[in-house]
Design a protein around this ligand. Structure first.
Ligand SMILES: Nc1ncnc2c1ncn2[C@@H]1O[C@H](COP(=O)(O)OP(=O)(O)OP(=O)(O)O)[C@@H](O)[C@H]1O
Ligand code: SF4
Ligand SMILES: [Mg+2]
Length: 322
């Protein structure tokens, strides 16, 4: 595998026009052919991260830091340069697919028209390609789905249609924002199989989800977000087998699996803090089982640990060795 990152994000900070600091110095990198799971509870900044990579935030949002795609700085690109990147180089499956589709245009036309417009392939060939992708996602009666309007499809079918539209352009990176929420278990398995196939072809995927257990079954690396900050980042096996951050540990024990349903499921107490009253020090301290005095006043630095992983915890090494 090529070791130069395809996407390199450094100290990315995003402040929405109303002052909400949705991301705070987020850093990570993505290699070609790598699947990165972005994990966090609702409001942790997952969608904001996806939207920032494509620079599609509301007007007057503030973005600091760097987002480098190959050798190019996305944050410095002009709108016309960004139009060439969006979809063709980096595609995104949005969390809300109903508003992402044009409600007045049939699904098939929305999927096929862009590439036919680019005159790279003809209409017939494009339709066959769209049908093939839909079939690999387990969509039944794909021809009739392509003739439907977005509101005529169930959430799961619309999500898979949007995935088809995104994959259709063969981007180098696909960002999928909660792509499995409206899918039943069989459709989830089909999507995960497809994602693995795409990785085999060298495509990189950013898979956004609140489900750390699902992500751990196929993601190469995990980025754990909490209230806009990276809590931990590293290889999936490292984080799951031996978390170096109490929040990662909490997420693992709070997510239902077949083995912990009877005995080991331990829901985390409390909720994400409001952006208007962020606790001083480590923002996770009011919920942390291992909180110490220093956590309430000093923000933990990002500690680099053996194996090229990082954790934002004053006691990262201790948590790891437990
Ligand atoms: N357009 C916006 N203006 C102001 N604040 C926003 C905006 N969009 C999101 N936020 C806030 O930014 C924070 C991060 O939101 P984001 O949607 O990125 O979280 P998320 O992790 O994707 O959550 P979910 O799991 O619910 O989709 C939240 O506090 C949210 O309320
Ligand atoms: S810095 Fe303190 S409060 Fe934060 S995760 Fe580590 S132990 Fe918990
Ligand atoms: Mg979201």
């Amino acid at each position: 595998m090529n070791s130069a990152p395809l996407l390199d994000v450094k100290d990315l900070t995003v402040v929405y026009p109303d002052g909400t600091r949705a991301l705070d110095k987020v850093s990570f990198s993505l290699l070609p052919g790598e699947i990165l799971g972005v994990i966090g509870e609702s409001g942790s900044g997952k969608s904001t991260l996806g939207l920032s990579i494509l620079k599609i935030l509301p007007e007057k949002s503030e973005m600091r830091g760097t987002v480098t795609y190959g050798e190019r700085s996305i944050l410095k690109m002009k709108e016309n340069e960004l139009r060439d990147i969006r979809g063709k180089e980096i595609g995104m499956v949005f969390q809300d697919t109903l508003s992402a589709f044009d409600p007045l245009v049939r699904i098939g036309r929305q999927i096929v028209e862009r590439s036919v417009g680019d005159s790279s392939i003809g209409y017939r060939e494009a339709s066959a390609k769209a049908l093939g992708i839909m079939q690999s996602l387990g969509v039944t009666y794909p021809e009739s789905r392509l003739r439907s309007f977005p509101h005529e499809l169930s959430g799961g079918l619309r999500q898979r249609s949007f995935i088809t539209m995104t994959m259709f352009q063969d981007p180098k990176i696909i960002i999928m924002d909660e792509p499995t929420t409206a899918l039943d278990v069989i459709a989830q398995i089909q999507l995960v199989d497809l994602i693995k196939t795409l990785r085999g072809k060298g495509m990189s995927i950013i898979f956004i989800t609140h489900d750390i257990v699902l992500a751990s079954t196929f993601c190469d690396k995990l980025l754990i977000l909490y209230s806009g900050r990276v809590m931990e980042f590293g290889r999936t096996s490292q984080l799951i087998d031996a978390p170096a951050n109490p929040y990662t540990e909490g997420l693992i024990s709070a997510t239902p699996t077949l083995s912990n349903l009877d005995s080991g499921l331990r829901p985390m107490k409390g909720v994400l803090p409001s952006h208007k009253s962020m606790p001083a020090g480590c923002r996770f301290w009011p919920r942390c089982l291992y909180v110490q005095e220093i956590c309430r006043s000093e923000e933990p630095p990002m500690t680099t640990l053996p194996g090229d992983r990082v954790s934002a915890c004053h006691f990262a090494q201790k948590v790891l060795n437990r």
